[in-house]
Design a protein around this ligand. Sequence first.
Ligand code: PEP
Length: 251
Amino acid sequence: MRKKLVAGNWKMNGSLTENEALINSLIHRSARFQSVQVAVIPPYPYLAQAQQLLHSSTIVWGAQDVSLETGYGAFTGEVNAGMLKDFGCEYVIVGHSERRQRHHETDQQVARKAKIAVDNHLKPIVCVGETLAEREKGETLSVLSRQIDAVLNTLAIEQLQQVVLAYEPIWAIGTGKSATVQQVQEVHQTLRQRVESLDWVSAQELNILYGGSVKPSNALELMSLPDVDGALVGGASLVAEDFIAIIEAAA
Ligand code: PEP
């Protein structure tokens, strides 16, 4: 039985004061939802704060990206996977569409980051998703196959159990416009079947999150779908009340 994961991607938001209030509120109010794994994913400068505040809580934390470099040295601005693991990081987002688009990350680079994460005992949350133009041209499933196959071809079969997938249609991110339950279930089922064709056990254990304008008003119908195992939440994860309502919908 898969445990649902609700992860809050804070993107480039927060301050020491705001984070402390948000995290303390989440610790206090999410404790009763033990059937759901909750994660917060703050910007890099605040990871140490998250680690300290969450030290004795069941909420875990993650990073928004990881370097393609695995060693140490002259890589200004980069943070490697070993550094993240060093102080207790659990998850790392790879391939978020904002990085694919703004930083021109390729499918191969995203796949390599996923492998580096697993090699360092981090769980990558691998984001995949189509643009509106691709959906309108009927290319959704072929785009997603290309994105996921890069990952499946790069990781060893036994590493798949460490991976979390997040289906994030780009046209639904931060727009207030979520995908319909039919669209979400179709994609999630297809992604699971693709993994199943390689390894049945990994496919059954695989957490496939939905992300894209998840909010209290649509969370319950999305979280009730058979192949939806949680949510990757952007905007609504910055408001304690909204994030708690989404966690409750997943419970
Ligand atoms: C995201 O960026 O991962 C995301 C899902 O954002 P939002 O919930 O704001 O659409």
